[in-house]
Design a protein. Sequence first.
Length: 228
Amino acid sequence: HSHIATRQQRATLIYDKAKEQIAKEVEALLKAGEILCTELVGLSEHSGPSRGHTMQIGSIRQFRQLKSLLPLDLIIPFQRQLIATLPTSGRAEPDHRPFAERPVTMQRLEDKVEIMNSLAKPKKVTVIGSDGQSYIFLCKPKDDLRKDNRMMEFNTMINKLLRKNPDSRRRNLHIRTYAVVPLNEECGLIEWVPNTAGLRPIVLKIHDAINKPTTVRRESFLRRVFVC
């Protein structure tokens, strides 16, 4: 899904070589996954209703294929399923399984999609897993999430180092991480983390507590905070 021709060619070459060495059912799964990514990109970029509202994707012709693709034997990309566990002994163990033996896969997509209240209008989607649980993701357009993905990988490594240190392990020091899955260079999926608040609302709440809240003052304050 890259817009750069060289990257497209190299990725296609790797993808085609991989398909030559796998079973037909796995090849079909890869193809379905490719279609799913394309459909999710379309969902993220869909203009939809105004911000703060919802839409029913089952009633929109453009997304009927997205609904019909599921169920799929593709894992749901939430953080816990993406992190490989290492042997506790610190040595190679032939029987060690770095990932879950029975991962949670995609069963269906909830029809109701929430349009978030921001300029890019990201979509809040819910995937029902093979375990019957709901997994929420933010389908975000107009944002290159590759750096976010690398930052989460870096934070995951930091967490492993913190767990190895007795003092930090005793104090339960860790960084709360979440899954970031780039779909192309301009949009992707972000695992929804409940009970959190964005930095902007927190900063504005502090500003409004000590100043008369006007649009001009708020924007000036935000520029000073985030630019400086």
